[in-house]
Design a protein around this ligand. Structure first.
Ligand code: HEC
Length: 175
């Protein structure tokens, strides 16, 4: 079963990076101002970081296949200003997303993709889509998709479950 990426792939130099830098900073400050209070603070920070890592880690180990297509239809409203699905779908600001799950990036006919997308070499399998939808510009720097990304794992899983329903003709096949 496909799973969401591990936290370090997921965040790269993002939020977690900053948290651990903070702790490292605390440690080096300790060399000049060594006191019991500092030591306590350091261990509290360390504990806090461990707690955050645990929470983030377990959230991201969530199964993509836990997605709910009906809930995903609601999430997809946030994509609809730019993307269409269904038998009559036409390219707009973004390309048609019929049968996008499993499709090569930059492959929908008659859509003018950015070079970044077209040359990315990516295939939109579920894991790649999940990474992309979290932070599009992080996975495909230079993409012209200006959407900032979805912050919740469940929303990502749900919208993927929704998109998976549509075949190349835009008909709903399967659950
Ligand atoms: C503000 C407009 C906008 C919104 C909102 C938006 N996108 Fe996009 N999307 C684009 C554009 C533009 C591209 C083309 C990117 C490129 O060529 O660099 C794109 C590309 C994509 C691709 C790659 C398609 C391909 O054929 O390579 C996927 C997948 C995608 N978007 C999914 C979504 C999903 C799912 C949502 C909602 C959660 C969403 N987008 C929201 C504008 C948008």
């Amino acid at each position: 079963m496909p799973r969401l990426p591990e936290p370090d792939t997921w965040f790269g130099s993002g939020r977690l990076g900053r948290v651990s830098k903070f702790v490292v900073g605390g440690r080096s400050a300790g060399t000049t101002r060594r006191s019991l209070k500092d030591a306590n603070m350091k261990s509290t920070l360390l504990g806090l970081t461990t707690a955050i890592l645990t929470v983030v880690g377990s959230a991201h180990a969530q199964d993509i296949s836990s997605g709910n297509a009906e809930a995903g239809a609601v999430v997809f409203r946030r994509c609809m200003a730019c993307h269409k699905v269904g038998p009559d779908a036409m390219n707009g600001v973004g390309p048609v997303l019929n049968a996008v799950v499993g499709r090569a990036a930059g492959a929908y006919p008659d859509y003018s993709y950015s070079a970044a997308n077209k040359n990315s070499g990516l295939t939109w399998d579920e894991l790649t889509l999940a990474t992309y939808l979290r932070a599009p510009r992080k996975l495909v720097p230079g993409t012209k998709m200006t959407f900032a990304g979805l912050s919740k794992d469940q929303e990502i899983a749900d919208v993927i479950a929704y998109l998976k329903q549509f075949n190349a003709q835009g008909q709903k096949v399967g659950p």
